[in-house]
Design a protein around this ligand. Structure first.
Ligand code: UGA
Ligand code: MN
Length: 244
């Protein structure tokens, strides 16, 4: 099956560095289609140029987050992930047979190549541990006799699916047969986006544990430090135009 990676991304000083690391990983994965969704009113030149040289099958989308939702404490990238889902559904409306697996790949996380081998065998919805998240070294689904029976987490253990966006994959078939499943702004508290989405397409009993019964961390919720630009001049002082 093709792996579809939906990546929301937004303009900031580290953006190209993040996308470079991600592309360097994805380029090593067979049959991966990258759906890069810019949080912007239009496709940027920076990302267009980057993708053209990335050497990866890709689709370049954009949708701006409404201003009222750009606030600390509110979930991020809701509109962008939904745009990726809409594109996938549109593209496959006439050719349902093709096998595919979808996962949500934020632009700042760290992905091992092994993760892609694991997720490629997803039948409906698969899950695995995520490192450096929830105030712990890792969070993970608790597995008994091959079934998910609970969650090891230090944060909001009451979540029906106590899992980060980086901790699951969904088969294309499930996405297509649940055409209304989307990420919701209304009533979705931060940290509940994953649960609210998964609730629409699966149950805890149905989850397929990967990464040796969820005992191996293959993806890390790394976050890039805010860059110090204190010495950046107000006007372009350099002698030539620089692609950053
Ligand atoms: C955590 C989760 O891991 C995310 O999946 C979740 O979207 C996010 O919380 C949330 O608060 O909603 P975190 O590291 O805090 O992640 O979030 P970011 O990495 O800053 O953002 C997640 C993704 O959205 C990234 O790919 C980022 O590029 C993108 N993003 C972020 C935008 O497209 N627009 C923004 O304004 C901010
Ligand atoms: Mn992040």
């Amino acid at each position: 099956p093709t792996i579809y990676a939906i990546t929301p991304t937004y303009s900031r000083p580290v953006q190209k560095a993040e996308l470079t690391r991600l592309a360097n990983t994805f380029r090593q994965v067979a049959q991966l289609h990258w759906i890069l969704v810019e949080d912007a009113a239009a496709r940027s030149e920076l990302v267009s140029r980057f993708l053209a040289r990335a050497g990866l099958p890709s689709t370049h989308l954009h949708v701006p987050t409404p201003r009222r939702y750009k606030r600390p404490g509110l979930p991020r990238a809701t509109e962008q992930r939904n745009a990726g889902l809409a594109w996938l559904r549109q593209r496959h409306q006439h050719q349902r047979a093709q096998p595919g697996v979808l996962f949500f790949a934020d632009d700042d996380n760290t992905y091992s190549l092994e993760l892609f081998h694991e997720m490629r065998t997803t039948r409906k919805v698969s899950v695995w541990p995520v490192g450096l998240v929830g105030g712990r070294r890792y969070e993970r689904p608790l597995v008994e006799n091959g079934k998910v029976v609970g969650w090891y987490t230090g944060w909001r253990a009451d979540r029906p699916f106590a899992i980060d966006m980086a901790g699951f994959a969904v088969s294309l078939q499930v996405i297509l047969s649940n055409p209304k499943a989307v990420f919701k702004r209304r009533g979705s508290q931060p940290g509940m986006q994953e649960s609210d989405f998964l609730k629409q397409i699966t149950t805890v009993e149905e989850l397929e544990p990967k990464a040796n019964n969820c005992t191996k961390v293959l993806v890390w919720h790394t976050r890039t430090e805010k860059v110090n630009l204190a010495n950046e001049p107000k006007y372009h002082l350099d002698t030539v135009k620089i692609e950053v």
